[in-house]
Design a protein around this ligand. Structure first.
Ligand code: SAM
Ligand code: SF4
Ligand code: SF4
Length: 340
């Protein structure tokens, strides 16, 4: 048996996050602030985006390198028309065991949720930064109501995509007053709220360490209201720490990218909508893949090229940043471009 592909820190390549577009109908202030993503912002022209055929071909090649899980993201991935057709194509790729989607759920109609499930989508993660309507409307900065995201979550549940993961990025002074209410809203449901430490992704959000609410504090605040117990991880490298309510009312998760970085187990690569490969969320540049594809390179040549990139990888930004407790000064790629 040939040795599985690993990077310089002995980490395998298991997950591929695919950004389908850099566009979004929200303007979350920490991700696509209006000042930078206004009416005149130049988004990628359509011809620059990877086609569904190109994405599927790359997924097939990545699968030969060890990738088992695919996550579709963006920008807002549901903006990409016929995304269920892409899911159907990816579901046919040998070796792929899990296909998931991260979305703001604003466009998740009943029909869309059903079509995605029927095409082979396994799981869905919905981003929802507050359950308090005015707080959420201010955070998405397009006045989008909580109730419509909750409808999207219901549609996903009815389509058979439950349990749904619900991601809340917590920012001190912005939505941390809503932590307990958020937990309370989904307590007793099959869904799992995951509280995410606000990260210094990109250059446009003006991140400061004092805006981060450490997961330990989030756990404490919820535990005071409803006692919690820690739960063993589902598998090695699971990014969320799991907790369950002692009274059996379900589970929550903490993603502590700032206070407890998990670079040691990071098996993710990210493909941008225009076909550049990034080996870390905090990378300042990507590796060109689309142009090689369009220049007619063979699957074997592409496979070797991608394997070479992964085998040279030594990224561990979050661990280095945590030692310094401040963002490392480099030009980083924006979250709306790379997709989280
Ligand atoms: N538009 C989709 C959505 O919001 O779910 C998918 C793309 S969005 C960039 C993916 C995730 O990244 C969202 O859950 C968002 O909250 C998260 N995110 C964006 N900027 C972040 C930051 N600075 N720190 C932590 N999470 C962030
Ligand atoms: Fe859009 Fe998602 Fe970024 Fe919010 S976090 S602006 S929904 S891409
Ligand atoms: Fe992976 Fe980079 Fe995040 Fe570390 S900082 S967990 S290497 S993406």
């Amino acid at each position: 048996m040939t040795k599985p592909l690993t990077d310089r820190m002995d980490r395998p390549l298991r997950d591929l996050r695919i950004s389908l577009t850099d566009r979004c109908n929200f303007r979350c202030s920490y991700c696509m602030p209006k000042a930078l993503f206004g009416a005149n912002h130049a988004f990628m022209p359509r011809a620059e985006l990877l086609s569904f055929e190109e994405i599927t071909r790359l997924a097939r090649i990545f699968s030969t390198l060890g990738v088992r899980k695919l996550r579709l993201t963006g920008g807002e991935p549901l903006i990409r028309r016929d995304i269920d057709a892409l899911v159907g194509m990816l579901a046919e790729v040998p070796g792929i065991e899990d296909i998931s989607l991260t979305t703001n759920a604003s466009l998740l109609t009943r029909e869309k949720a059903r079509a995605l499930k029927a095409a082979g989508l396994n799981r869905i993660t919905v981003s929802l930064d507050g359950i308090d309507d005015p707080t959420f409307r201010a955070m998405n900065d397009v006045n989008f109501p909580v109730a419509r995201v909750l409808e999207g979550i219901d549609h996903a549940e009815q389509a058979g995509l439950a349990p749904i993961k619900i991601n809340m990025v917590v920012q001190r002074g912005v939505n941390d007053h809503d932590i307990v209410a958020m937990a309370g809203h989904f307590r007793g449901s099959p869904h799992i709220v995951r509280f995410i430490e606000y990260m210094d992704v990109g250059n446009s959000n003006g991140w400061r360490l004092d805006q981060v609410v450490p997961s330990a504090e989030v756990v404490e605040r919820i535990h005071e209201q409803w006692p919690l117990e820690a739960v063993e991880p589902n598998y090695r490298g699971e990014v969320a720490e799991r907790y369950r309510y002692a009274d059996g009312s379900g589970e929550i998760g903490m993603i502590s990218s700032v206070t407890q970085p998990f670079c040691g187990d990071c098996s993710r690569a990210r493909l941008s909508a225009e076909g550049k490969l990034f080996t870390c969320l905090f990378a300042s540049s990507g590796h060109e893949v689309r142009d090689r594809l369009r220049a007619g390179e063979s699957d074997e040549a592409l496979q070797q090229y991608l394997a070479g990139i992964w085998s040279r990888r030594a990224d561990r930004y979050s661990e280095l940043r945590t030692h310094d407790t401040k963002p490392i000064d480099s030009r980083k790629i924006e979250m709306s471009y790379i997709g989280g």
